[in-house]
Design a protein around this ligand. Structure first.
Ligand SMILES: [Zn+2]
Ligand SMILES: [Zn+2]
Length: 477
């Protein structure tokens, strides 16, 4: 018996599969949804809380059922099947997989068929690969046959902008591509000094926020961060979450009052891709905004492994200057580690420790940095849109991936040496857009220094350990 049904999958679902289970070690999985009649897979839920071993994937039945009952069923999204990853070299359904398919089909007689793609992750195999099977019931057994899935382009433009009809955005309908903004997500690692950056992205129509920060608002934060007395004792993520919703009640905010180190790669992949509203995010920007070197370094590895654009920012000691580094796999050649190689050497080889924090930093430095961060975030978030101002901006910035600010004419930043404050037009609050190439010789331990960040997607089987810096210093001898 040949299966007559044809299956297709939107490019967006495929991209999400690649950037979750395709970039994590084997035996991860997710649920596929769409239209049973046409065979189109248009929805994906990454099962980031599944039970897994090196040999088995067991769906988190409770969370999968919750997504079906609370989200997919009410909107007419049919359950289509499950996708999961196998170790390198085994692209066929196991006996356990067949058993499981049969159990699902028996429990849901209306289903008829179940789509069961097997994926090989780039962590385990040389390349991402997907091979699909369709299972159907057969008396006493389950019938399984291979099936091809066509990938179809999905129009991001489909559907109207929800925010565009809100009175609050009446004056900025042309300032941003609100459709892109409302469907985009920021993952903010560090929500202290970046508080106003996050709030102001809500003013710019950003629709989805994932906030990660273990800190609680205290008295000294009043002078250094955008905080208020009524927030004392609350976590910073809860305080900012409240203010984002005060600005735009339709914004989705997920709050983690935890340090980044307590989140696994599965957790981060889950919050980067899971549906917070009726569709997958159009763009997920990962931001490292802590004064912790090791957290910033993990942000770099996470961005590389999951193919996410990223932005990292730091105020220098006492706010004499500040920097932003950013990556976009389509545009920039170097990772944050390439750009900041000497800092990695200082921390990892020379025992440097940053004890400065916000001590002695005037608020103007934080405010100026947040404004510039917003401009760069808008360039990244609008990338690929036809918005006349921000759509082409990232390509125009090009490889100028280290953005440095001088906030004091006597800051003594080497890059500004030629722009002496005694000259005509430069004084302070200057910005330099500095191109930093990939670090090829010796190769950057994180991105490989090949000048193409896309090749590193799915290559780190665990982003938590810091990769040795030894090769970096050896070349500097
Ligand atoms: Zn399996
Ligand atoms: Zn690198």
């Amino acid at each position: 018996m040949k299966s007559s049904i044809a299956f297709s999958m939107t490019a967006e679902v495929l991209r999400q599969v690649q950037s979750t289970i395709g970039s994590l070690p084997a035996e991860c999985g997710g649920m596929l949804g769409g239209c049973r009649q046409s065979g189109l897979v248009s929805h994906y839920y990454f099962d980031g809380t599944a039970g897994r071993t090196t040999a088995t994937y067991s769906p988190d039945v409770a969370s999968v059922n919750r997504v079906l009952a609370a989200d997919w069923n009410p909107r007419g999204v049919d359950l289509m099947g499950f996708v999961h990853s196998h170790p390198s070299g085994s692209m066929v359904l196991s006996g356990g997989d067949r058993e499981y398919a049969r159990a699902i089909l028996d429990a849901n007689p209306g289903l008829g068929r179940l789509l069961l793609p097997i994926v090989q992750s780039r962590c385990d195999a040389n390349d991402f690969e997907m091979k699909a099977y369709v299972a159907s019931t057969q008396p006493g057994d389950v019938n399984v046959q291979p099936v091809t899935i066509d990938v179809v382009d999905d129009k991001e433009d489909a559907g109207a902008s929800m925010f565009g009809s809100l009175p609050m955005f009446a004056r900025v309908g042309t300032a941003y591509d609100l459709r892109r903004m409302e469907r985009s997500r920021i993952i903010a690692v560090g929500c202290g000094g970046s508080a106003s950056f996050l709030e102001d992205l809500a003013r710019a129509g950003l629709g989805e926020f994932v906030l990660i920060d273990p800190d609680v608002v205290g008295e000294t934060n009043l002078a250094t961060q955008q905080t208020y007395r009524h927030d004392f004792g609350r976590t910073k993520v809860a305080a900012i979450g409240t203010r984002i919703r005060q600005i735009n009640p339709l914004a989705c905010v997920v709050e983690y009052a935890d340090a980044l180190e307590s989140l696994s790669d599965m957790d981060v992949s889950f919050v980067a891709t899971t549906c917070l509203r009726d569709r997958l995010p159009a763009m997920t920007l990962l931001c490292g905004m802590t004064d912790n070197f090791f957290a910033q370094a993990r942000v770099n590895r996470l961005a590389l492994n999951f193919g996410l654009p990223s932005l990292c920012a730091q105020v220098y000691a006492e706010g004499h200057g500040a920097e932003i580094t950013f990556t976009h796999p389509d545009v920039t050649p170097a990772c944050h580690r390439c750009i900041l190689a000497s800092r990695y050497t200082a921390y990892l080889e020379q025992g440097f420790q940053n004890t400065v924090g916000s001590q002695g930093t005037p608020f103007v430095a934080t405010a100026a940095l947040n404004a510039l961060k917003q401009l760069i975030a808008l360039a990244i978030l609008h990338h690929g849109t036809d918005h006349p101002r921000f759509g082409p901006l990232l390509r125009r910035i090009g490889s100028r991936n280290l953005v440095q600010m001088r906030l004091d004419p006597d800051a003594g930043l080497p890059a500004f040496a030629g722009l002496d404050a005694s000259g005509d037009s430069f004084f302070c609050n200057d910005v330099l857009w500095i191109p930093r190439p990939a670090q090829k010789q010796p190769a950057c331990p994180d991105c490989g220094g090949r000048g193409d960040l896309r090749v590193q997607v799915g290559r780190l089987s665990d982003t938590r350990p810091m990769r040795s810096c030894r090769t970096v210093t050896a070349g500097r001898g």
